[in-house]
Every structure is written in C-alpha cells, then in structure tokens.
Design a protein around this ligand. Sequence first.
Ligand code: NAG
Length: 477
Amino acid sequence: MEAFLDQKLITVELIFKSFYNETHFERYGTYMDETSLLLLWSCTVSMFPLGGLVGSLIVGPMVNKWGRKGTLLINNVFAITPAILMGVSKVARAFELIILSRVLVGICAGVSYSALPMYLGELAPKNLRGTLGTMTEVFVIIGVLLAQIFSLQAILGNTTGWPILLALTGVPALIQLLSLPFFPESPRYTLIEKGDEETARQVLRRLRGSNYDVEAEMEEMREEERKEQAEGRLSVLNLFTFRPLRWQLISIIVLMAGQQLSGINAINYYADVIYTSVGVDPTQSQYVTVGSGVINLVMTIVSAVVVERLGRRILLLSGYGICGLACVVLTVALLLQSTVPELSYLGIVCVFAYIVGHSIGPSPVPSVVRTEIILQSSRTAAFTVDGAVHWFTNFIVGLAFPSIQAAIGAYSFLIFAALCLLTAVYIFVIIPETKGKTFVEINCAFAKRNGVELPEEKGGATAEPHTPSLPDQQTSF
Ligand SMILES: *[C@@H]1O[C@H](CO)[C@@H](O)[C@H](O)[C@H]1NC(C)=O
C-alpha cells in the first residue's frame, strides 16, 4: 500500500486520507467510504480554526492573569503537547490524536494571534510599534513558507516523514520556551496591572538603554491609563451596544469576515488539489505551492511599503477586485479545461493572481484599519471581536468548502467571488480612507452614520453613556 502510494502523487492530504482509511480497516475490517473520509478530512482541517476560536476567547483573561510573557510561555503547552501526540499518532495507529492535536495547535495559534502583537506592541518604543506589527505578519508568512518547504515530498511530505513533519510544530515552541524566559515582561503590564514600579523601571532601562528618559515613558503609560479609566474601558458586550462605535464595529467584523470568506484558506488548504485538477502534474504541484508562498511573502512586504502612500481603500478594493475576478475566471477555466486543455494554465494564473490580490489588501490591511478606527479604550474588546470573527469564519470555510466543492465542483469559487464583491461594496460605501487622518477626523467620518453627535475633540466617545439603552441595537446585523 505505502509503496504504491510512493510511486503516485503524494500530497499531504492523500497521506492523511490513506492513513485514516487504513486505520479504519485495521480496527473495523472495512474501508471508509468516500463521504466519511471527506468528512473526517474536513474535520481535521477545520479543527485548527476551531481551536483558534477557543484561543481567541481565552486569551483576554490569560494576558491579564499571567501577563503577556507568561501567557506566551504557558501557550507553548498547546504547541508541544500536540507535537508529541501527532508525532506518535502513526505508531499508535490513532487518527483521533491528529484531530485532537489540531484543536490544541489551533488554541496555541489563537492565543498567539492576539497575545503576541500585544506583547511586542507594549515592549516596543512608540516609533517602532507599526513596524513591529508588520514584521509579525511577515514572520507568520515566512513560517507558512517554511512549512510548505518542509512539506515537499522530497523532504518530509511522504509516508515515512509525515510524523516528523507534524512533530516539527514543537520546535519553534521549544526555542521560545528556552529563550523567552530571558526576555522581560511587558513594562506596561508590570506597571499598570501589577503596580510594580521598580520592576517596570528596570525593564524600561534595560530595553531603552541608559540615556533614555525612563520616567517620561512611565508617566506616559500612567497618563494613557488614566485617560482610558476616564473614558471607561469597554467590554465586548458593551462594545456591541455602544452606539458611537457601531459602524466601526460592523466594519471590523465585515473586514475580518471578508478576509476569510473571500476564500483564501480554501485556496491555501486545497491548493494542491486545485493545481492537480487544473492540470498540473501531481509531482510538481507541491513546488507550485511553494512558489505561491513566495509570492504571498513578497506581495505582503510590497503592501506594507505602499500602504502609507496609496492608502487603505485602494489596496483593499483592488485586492478584492483581483480576488473576485480570479475566482470567476478560475471557475470558467475549470469548467472548460476538459474541452480546451490550454485553459489549465489559466487556472494556475488565477490561483496566483488570487494570492497576489489577497496579500496586497484583504490579508494585511484590515488590521491597519482596525487600529485606526477604534478608540483606545475599546481596543482590547475590539481585538477579541476581531480574533473571534477571524477564527470563526476561517472555521466555516474549512468545514464547508470540501463538501461544497464535492457538491457543485468548480462553481464553488463563484461563492467566493460573490463574497469578494459584497465585501468590496461595503468597503466602497462605508469605510473612509484613514491614511494620514487624525483619530478625530476618522471618528467624524463615522459619527453621522452612527447617528450620534460628534463629541468634543479628543475626549473620545464620553458623550454617549456606555450602558445599552437602544431597543434597535440588533437591527444592523
Ligand atoms: C480505502 O482504501 C482502499 C484500499 O486501498 C481503497 O480501495 C479505497 O478506495 C479507499 N477508500 C477511499 C474512500 O479512498
């Protein structure tokens, strides 16, 4: 069986499916049918974002209780445990271990997705915050690219290598576990949440050097905190009923949902299948995947460089435009390729165009817009909403796409095209350009839509009471 597979195309998906199938046979004496196997595979795929959703919901309490660094350290449990479980799943003949591990790794990702930018943002001096945010994203993409390279059949993406491939998940966690203890806890957390002035001072001195005015930054942090206290920090629940931020909140939800529902992970998770069905030689499709990872990395860096010059709207709109168009053309190419073989190349062009489109706008820009349209006092709550929407929609796509694709084939990409179009229309109508605008100006653009008087300069949204009072609060959803 394994020798047979080795000669044929081996994608990671096929390896797993045949492992599931064989394990089932060993246990029950029957092979799995096509539908159950597809379901089990979709389940495997979507357990990761489901874990991410759990992670995004527990990260808030975690960072407050154990600190930013503490949370990241504890979070390694969710990477090392599944690495071991996945590493032994083949020997143990237990595919349940893989599925369970996907949930745990997902939790790890969900926690880092929010805790890491928070930790880095609080460590960084003000002028480097934006850069650090971008760098985080770039390193995530480098991570994805490394994973794609390790998954090559010639490296670990084969019937003998895959347990090692999966166990590699634990390596970055181990590196972090050994190195992070030497880094300081966030000075902001130490000062504000713990009230430990002396340690915060030492940390700042260590981070910023001896010629730095530590006291000024300490005072700045206290000042920020006082302002937040005065404005009243919004919980997630308050955020949903808080009129002056209503359209900002809807915009964050649409941007985050659009980012996932535009189909990027359908393309990512199933790229190999797409290439093969588009006509790429099976043994070569994995290299095409690595190529797409490189393009993703390059275009994300390009986007980060030009976003200050071109603005957010144009990158988002052109990104969604390219993605939507790519989906439509991909559908046509997939439908006609049996009659016109040349069109199979068009299919690959579409996948690449899609990745270009997504990595210039829909993927990196929403997090930029989010920080610009939300008040400081509701940033933590907005972060939670962002994380939850991100992982939930990711989960939906992972769960639904394989079945939808099995049911309607190539037409499934038209659904993504429609969702791209809808998101683009929303952005065109609702989201103002935020490039180079002050917070007050941005707030002003939203104020009319929210149906509230714009509060006095700076004071933020204090003009409106934070308590829910409006019966029509749900109508916008
Ligand atoms: C499971 O494996 C058997 C034996 O190799 C094969 O005949 C069958 O088609 C496989 N089932 C699926 C759904 O791939």
